[in-house]
Design a protein. Structure first.
Length: 118
């Protein structure tokens, strides 16, 4: 890992791994945007539904494998596990999380399953 997690992201990961819906939501700005699997969730109500169903509901856990600072944004590659449908997914699922933080809150989170480069 080449960077350290900003406090809000450390709290976000702790809350995700504890399946704490309210604590996860507290890390996001009211008007935040999440893009997960090419689906957009805008604002607190939509993000809460996503968190309740697909994070807490599926008991998703994240284990960071790499943390990078990129011009003020934080990129977290993490090993994902949980009770979600794993059909067609690799045994070790690594997803890249692109975070933008403003005023100590997550304003943008983009989650992508990247493919290895050439």
């Amino acid at each position: 890992m080449t960077a350290t997690l900003p406090p809000v992201l450390a709290e976000h990961l702790r809350a995700v791994n504890a399946f704490d819906e309210d604590a996860i939501l507290a890390t996001f700005a009211e008007d935040a945007l999440v893009n997960d699997a090419r689906r957009e969730f805008r604002g607190a109500a939509a993000i809460r539904r996503w968190v309740a169903k697909e994070m807490v509901g599926d008991k998703v856990t994240l284990e960071p494998t790499e943390i990078l600072d990129h011009h003020g944004d934080t990129i977290v590659r993490a090993r994902y596990d949980g009770d979600y449908d794993k059909t067609g997914l690799p045994d070790e699922l690594i997803m890249t999380n692109y975070f933008t933080i403003r005023d100590a809150k997550i304003v943008t989170l983009i989650v992508i399953r990247n493919q290895p480069a050439y």
